[in-house]
Ligand binder design. Structure first.
Ligand SMILES: CCCCCCCCCC(=O)SCCNC(=O)CCNC(=O)[C@H](O)C(C)(C)COP(=O)(O)OP(=O)(O)OC[C@H]1O[C@@H](n2cnc3c(N)ncnc32)[C@H](O)[C@@H]1OP(=O)(O)O
Length: 217
């Protein structure tokens, strides 16, 4: 597991430099490999893998604990069109399934009572825009995926009609982020959501967004 992490480090040293993760912590942190679905070839990518940094793993553990309250549930992220949306439909979540850690590395948790979807996100080197930082389009993508998934889990099928984003602070590649969205109001077919992206420790507000989804059917 650590070998895989250090392989990533060797290929993309800048992202780890930018996150300023002490080497000692990297060497002592414990990772667990993603479990696979019972059916051969299926894998739930929303589970920890060796490329997750300690901050992502800590946030994951925190939200996993919250699932014990019954208020939160972990959203699976399969690599195929299995029907894991319980009646909503088949869906392959956005991600690079060829190599862990290089693109959108994330997992989601949903709180039904709050109509809230959070995404724990570690942007990989393929998402680079300005040198060392995430591309604005990739940020829009993770916002739309998170708030959109929240709208889907709250209201059923939707399409994005409008997405308004304020980019406040650049996002270093390899850092850990909390993408936090909720459905603010529903008017007829219109579903209004809000979303923000903050650093894992909540010290930096990177991005704020509003989205309008239109219910289908
Ligand atoms: C768990 C799975 C995770 C899933 C994540 C999903 C996130 C990703 C979602 C996407 O990426 S979707 C792809 C990007 N979006 C599109 O390609 C949408 C393209 N646009 C359309 O297909 C249609 O314009 C749309 C379905 C959004 C609406 O067309 P409709 O004909 O169904 O609705 P209509 O035009 O009658 O509008 C319905 C209401 O919404 C309002 N509306 C529609 N578009 C609007 C807009 N852009 N701004 C403001 N209001 C808008 C419209 O005024 C009206 O308001 P009222 O009911 O009050 O009259």
């Amino acid at each position: 597991m650590l070998r895989s992490y250090s392989r990533l480090f060797q290929r993309y040293p800048t992202i780890f430099t930018l996150t300023r993760l002490p080497t000692a912590r990297l060497q002592t942190c414990h990772f667990s490999i993603s479990s696979t679905c019972p059916t051969e070839g299926l894998r739930d990518f929303g589970l920890p893998n060796a490329t997750w940094g300690p901050n992502l793993r800590n946030l994951y553990d925190k939200f996993l604990d919250l699932t014990n309250t019954g208020l939160w549930r972990r959203i699976p992220s399969h690599n195929t069109t299995v029907n894991h949306l319980e009646g909503i439909g088949k869906r392959m979540f956005l991600r690079n399934i060829d190599e862990d850690g290089v693109g959108f590395e994330y997992c989601m948790f949903y709180n039904k009572a709050e109509s809230r979807m959070v995404c724990l996100f570690q942007p990989g080197p393929y998402l680079e825009g300005p040198p060392g930082y995430a591309h604005g389009g990739s940020i829009a993508t993770i916002i739309d995926s998170t708030a959109g998934a929240g709208a889907v889990y709250t209201c059923g099928s939707v399409m994005t009609a409008n997405l308004n984003i304020n980019y406040l602070k650049p996002i270093p590649l390899g850092c850990t982020l909390l993408v936090d969205s909720y459905v603010e109001k529903i008017e007829g077919r219109k579903v209004y959501s809000r979303c923000h992206i903050q650093s894992h420790d909540a010290l930096i507000l990177h991005t704020e967004a509003m989205a309008l989804y239109i219910k289908l059917g």
